[in-house]
Design a binder for this molecule. Structure first.
Ligand SMILES: NC(=O)c1ccc[n+]([C@@H]2O[C@H](COP(=O)([O-])OP(=O)(O)OC[C@H]3O[C@@H](n4cnc5c(N)ncnc54)[C@H](O)[C@@H]3O)[C@@H](O)[C@H]2O)c1
Length: 345
């Protein structure tokens, strides 16, 4: 492809700004047009970035200068946009979670495969330097046999956050609360580092916010390796702590907070030099708009290479689906009071 890779952003809300900045800052990427069902938002984004805007995303699917559609609509509003975009031959960058049901996720993945277009799911925390280094150490066996692998997402969102858009806080359109929308990033990191989870047992509650979905949830995990773990997630812990992953093995213990290694006690291995500072990708403990933009930029940069034929997306559809399956298993256990085994049927 001789020209720049053209991107069209659908859904001009909070996260769209991260996609647009990523596109504008990536050599070889070009923002071609934006769309939102709310005319004022579409116009504002379009005029600010001097690109075409529309309230009907079909206009973007017809444009030949758009190669990639960035799906920045709410969690439960991926279909039919994602399927129609794939059918129009557009590659997709989809925000997390890929969908709020496995049925929808599988439809999106299958349509992209059938149409021969690439599907990238945003899980920008995987681009964090400290997260990558910790995963490598675990996979090389530097911590020994892992016995416990835990995640704690003790964040805060005010009631006003849930009232800022009608989809937030609803099972039908958000598909869950503290775990599906906020915790899922750390859930994804945990399963990316540890491999598949075999069984979960969970409890959830809505303790502080006036919303349908949970604002507090706890799950115990059994990994396929036999290791055990706990996930705790809330959006009601004022003022919000950095999301934490703690991994304990029989030769070492390490903890990751946001994208910094805060504990490193590993027999025979110095804290890797590049683990110190970390990056800003994981910081959203108190506000959904305060995390660093470098993760989205890194994924957009990768998408340019993908479209040009150099590689496949690192976080493709099946990769993006894994954390959703784990979250849904945890919800099923919390609803039924039973231990739920994975993979889900
Ligand atoms: N990766 C991250 O760290 C991160 C951060 C924030 C949000 N997100 C995800 O991004 C998605 C959007 O979240 P947000 O906070 O930006 O939401 P938002 O409510 O601020 O924005 C969503 C926008 O989509 C628009 N929209 C809905 N249906 C549409 C359609 N059919 N066509 C065009 N526009 C449509 C809405 O009008 C709204 O402007 C969610 O899935 C969320 O989980 C990810």
């Amino acid at each position: 492809m001789g020209r720049d890779v053209g991107f069209g952003v659908v859904g001009c809300g909070v996260v769209a700004g991260y996609h647009i900045n990523g596109i504008l800052e990536t050599p070889g990427a070009r923002l071609a047009a934006v769309s939102d069902v709310v005319e004022g938002r579409a116009r504002e984004f379009g005029e600010r970035h001097r690109v075409a805007w529309t309230t009907d995303y079909h206009d973007l699917l017809k444009r030949e200068d758009i190669d990639v559609i960035n799906v920045c609509t709410p969690n439960g509003m991926r279909l039919p946009l994602a399927e129609e975009a794939a059918q129009a031959g557009k590659h997709l960058v989809i925000e997390k979670p890929i969908a709020i049901s496995l049925k929808e996720a599988d439809r999106i993945i299958a349509t992209c495969a059938r149409m021969g277009v690439h599907l990238m799911c945003i899980f920008q925390l995987r681009c964090g330097r400290a997260a990558m280094a910790l995963r490598k150490a675990i996979q090389e066996g530097r911590l020994g046999r892992i016995v416990l692998a835990d995640a704690a997402i003790k964040w805060f969102r005010p009631q006003a956050y849930y009232e800022s858009a009608a989809w937030r806080g609803t099972w039908a359109q958000e598909g869950g609360g503290a775990l599906m929308t906020q915790g899922i990033h750390t859930v994804d990191l945990l399963q990316w580092m540890m491999g598949p989870v075999r069984a979960v047992s969970a409890r959830m509650a809505t303790l502080v916010h006036r919303i349908e979905v949970e604002d507090t949830i706890v799950a115990t995990l059994t990994y396929a390796t036999g290791a055990l773990g706990v996930i705790e997630a809330t959006t009601a812990a004022h003022p919000g702590l950095p999301a934490k992953i703690e991994i304990c093995g029989d030769r070492g213990t390490a903890a990751l907070e946001a994208d910094q290694i805060t504990t490193w006690q590993v027999e025979g291995m110095e804290r890797p030099v590049d683990m110190g500072g970390g990056s800003e990708v994981g910081k959203a403990a108190s506000d959904s708009k305060t995390f660093g933009a470098e993760g989205h930029r890194a994924q957009i940069t990768e998408m340019v290479e993908v479209v040009r034929g150099g590689k496949r997306p690192t976080v493709d559809g099946p990769e993006g689906r894994k954390a959703v399956e784990l979250v849904l298993a945890i919800y099923e256990s919390a609803r039924t009071g039973r231990t739920v085994e994975l993979p889900l049927k």
